[in-house]
Design a protein around this ligand. Sequence first.
Ligand code: LLP
Length: 437
Amino acid sequence: MPGFRPHIRTNEHGSLTIGGVDAVELAKEFGTPLYVIDEDRIRQRYREFVKAFKSLYQNVEIKYAYKANTNLAVLNILRQEGAGADILSEGELFIAQKVGIEPRDIIFTGNNKTDTELEKAVDAGVIINLDSIHELERLKKVCEEKRKCADISFRVNPAISPETHPHLSTGLRESKFGIPEEDVINAYSLATDPEYFRIQGIHMHIGSQITVSRPYEIAVTKLFDIAGRLKNDLGIDLNFVDIGGGLGIRYQAENEFITPDDLAEAVVPLINKKIEEHGLRPPTIFLEPGRYIVGDSSIMLTRVYTIKRTPYKKFIGTDAGFHILLRPILYGAHHDVIVANKMNQAPEEKVDIAGNVCESGDILAKDRMLPKIEKDDILAFMDTGAYGFIMASQYNSRPRPPEVLVKDGQYDLIRERETFDDLLRKQRVPERLKPAL
Ligand code: LLP
């Protein structure tokens, strides 16, 4: 087992353990597919991330990106650790409020906020991170009607490539996100209306699964140069600069990666230099990590049913598919696969792991060297904590799987498996279409 996942081990039965719990036993008790989340791993990654930045810069606040994983147990762990929330929808606002995150610790980003979202964000008193001048005008109407003043920031599009998957790049010049650099000063000057807006900060988020620090360095430099112009041309002193999320994780041993320390060491000196150069009051630095915090805390367990050899391939058929784990089909993403009940067996054969969705693209893993696979083996997909369960669906009329939280050899069910009734929930059949009795 690659040593870069210290929370994944092997026990005396040759089974995979996570958080000290036997994954094969969990699969038996709760059935498959099943997501398993390691509490301590989340805490460890969060603390590592915070420490990296706080040891170099005094005022740092983490707004965990809710979109990565909104399981309530996970969110409560992160609330206990002191995380705020980066949210993007009314639903996430509702969840963050339920979890008890203070409004001042919530930042609401999103490129197409609805009128209701703007209204609810103003009522809640969260920071509203605006994505366009049109959105500023729309927010102004809301504030006028409500006679309320909103805390705001603008998301800047720094026009750089984060050197990641095109679908995970959000700060390219042609991207739909953020305000183009050339319009930013104008946006802020339009927002200098103390009756309706309290300008709090500036924001960027350049992409996800970023494994080099250079794009951050370029974007952070641009952001602070804008902060300098805001101060020196418009007299606006920003309280925070939000440098977004996006730090990648190591999905494979051979992956290039940078640690939070590497990232902090790359950007904090630049930040300090720019603060001095532009005579800024040192702002609070916000960060919005999602994947780094929760990504490798979780595994997805699935059971092998059919084994099929064709002249071209050997397919291992499982009870999961892209409705359970979407990332492979959506981004060609790689998740390591481990045979949870055969930890001590050497790889022997090359297989494709086929999902059970009726689509030919539903291959969860390609050309993997695994021990000899038999029916009822339990496969563990690694690093499914970020954008795993949260992107699952009921496609092919399969209820969504349960989630279990493990810690110190103990476990709790934190989400029940959906039932067949859940497949029908909220649907109505008009009387005229019902079968005659
Ligand atoms: N802040 C903003 C404004 C974001 O849009 C995102 C992610 C984050 C923070 C957190 O980024 P992270 O630290 O998790 O990279 N479904 C894709 C990832 C989409 C990311 C969307 N935005 C995947 O499965 O890889």
